[in-house]
Design a protein around this ligand. Structure first.
Ligand code: CAA
Ligand code: NAD
Length: 292
């Protein structure tokens, strides 16, 4: 069974990137958001990213227009019924994800594969809520999706070989480098990356150095593309908090526990670059560290 039509549910930071690369790779893409405003914001994000690629001469205007013509934008879940693959990229909450997958399970044909882009939930917890656990995988992309080459392809004990192979081939067709991961919370990358980000916050709480100096230290001292606080703002502080809660709940290890400062920042509504404030103020040309 070939994949030709891809559904992407959730068009925030990740969903917009996944939808963009799928359309650019020749797939018909149906994007679903919760309401017209969120849909318009997602559509705008995809447009802006593709226009930027054209301005940088990484994409021709002709290819951008061809990709644009492959999109359908909708607020109706039922419009995804004929998709060959549905990739979920909504908020990191099991209840919301399962509500969506149960609805899709009723609507979609028996050959449709379901995939989640979750950062920290197990695929098993979603697959078990449907009648198609054998056709359920994790497809974990990295932010920013158009740039980052990796996709973790995650199989549960119930995922069929055929489903895994189709998902793996799909990731390759997007020009990504897939790796096979087992279904444990955090898969491969977040198992190591999330404790690092949380530890940076803990060191900030201890007063080791400022946000800017810790970031400069890790970027220049280790050759990382950005320091941990810029990365937190980039990922989304709200999302990092949810990831931390889920991983701590799973492993009960201190290194996954959300530091109190992380919770304070979420409570203040400072979700990072996407809302204009996190550890940094993003309103100007360059991010400026905020008082913590
Ligand atoms: N969309 C599309 N392209 C983008 C982009 C975006 N949002 N942001 C940057 N780019 C492109 C730029 O166009 C540029 O391309 P060219 O070199 O071809 O012109 C390239 O990326 C580099 O961009 P910049 O020169 O503007 O900036 P940079 O050199 O600082 O790179 C970055 C930006 C690629 C984001 C880099 O800083 C980086 O790799 N940061 C770390 C990202 C990371 O660790 N991601 C993983 C997050 S964790 C995760 O995703 C998992 C999870 O579950 C939470
Ligand atoms: P985000 O907050 O930017 O976007 C989530 C979007 O989902 C919002 O636009 C929201 O309106 C929409 N949404 C919520 N419920 C919906 C529903 N039932 N149907 C359709 N749309 C719905 O979040 P994000 O950063 O894009 O994260 C999405 C998922 O990807 C999460 O599971 C997250 O853990 C995972 N992820 C995030 C990153 C990252 O760096 N931010 C990286 C990899 C994976």
């Amino acid at each position: 069974m070939n994949i030709s039509t891809v559904g992407v549910v959730g068009c925030g930071l990740m969903g917009s990137g996944i939808a963009e690369i799928a359309a650019k790779s020749g797939f018909a893409v149906k994007v679903r958001e919760v309401n017209a405003d969120a849909l318009a914001a997602g559509e705008k994000r995809i447009r802006k990213s593709m226009d930027r690629a054209v301005a940088k001469e990484k994409l021709s205007a002709e290819d951008r227009d061809a990709a644009w013509a492959r999109f359908t934008f909708t607020t109706e879940v039922s419009d995804l019924a004929d998709c060959d693959l549905v990739i979920e990229a909504i908020v990191e909450e099991l209840e919301a994800k399962n509500e969506l997958f149960v609805a899709l399970d009723e609507l979609c044909g028996e050959n449709t594969i379901f995939a989640s882009n979750t950062s920290s939930l197990t695929i098993t917890d979603m697959a078990a809520a449907t009648q198609r656990a054998d056709r359920f995988v994790g497809l974990h992309f990295f932010n920013p999706v158009p740039v980052m080459k990796l996709v973790e392809v995650v199989r549960t004990i119930a995922t069929s070989d055929e489903t895994f192979d189709r998902a793996f081939a799909f990731a390759k067709a997007l020009g990504k480098v897939p790796i096979a991961a087992k279904d444990n919370s955090g898969f491969v990358v977040n198992l190591l990356l999330v404790p690092y980000m949380l530890d940076a916050i803990r060191q900030l709480e201890r007063g080791v150095a400022s946000v800017a100096d810790i970031d400069t230290g890790m970027a220049l001292g280790c050759g990382y593309p950005m320091g941990p606080f810029l990365l937190c703002d980039f990922v989304g502080i709200d999302t990092l908090y949810k990831i931390s809660e889920i991983m701590f709940d799973e492993y009960r290890e201190e290194r996954y526990a959300p530091p109190p400062l992380l919770k304070r920042i979420v409570t203040m509504g400072r979700y990072g670059r996407k809302t204009g404030m996190g550890f940094y103020d993003w309103s100007g040309d360059e991010p400026v560290p905020l008082p913590i």
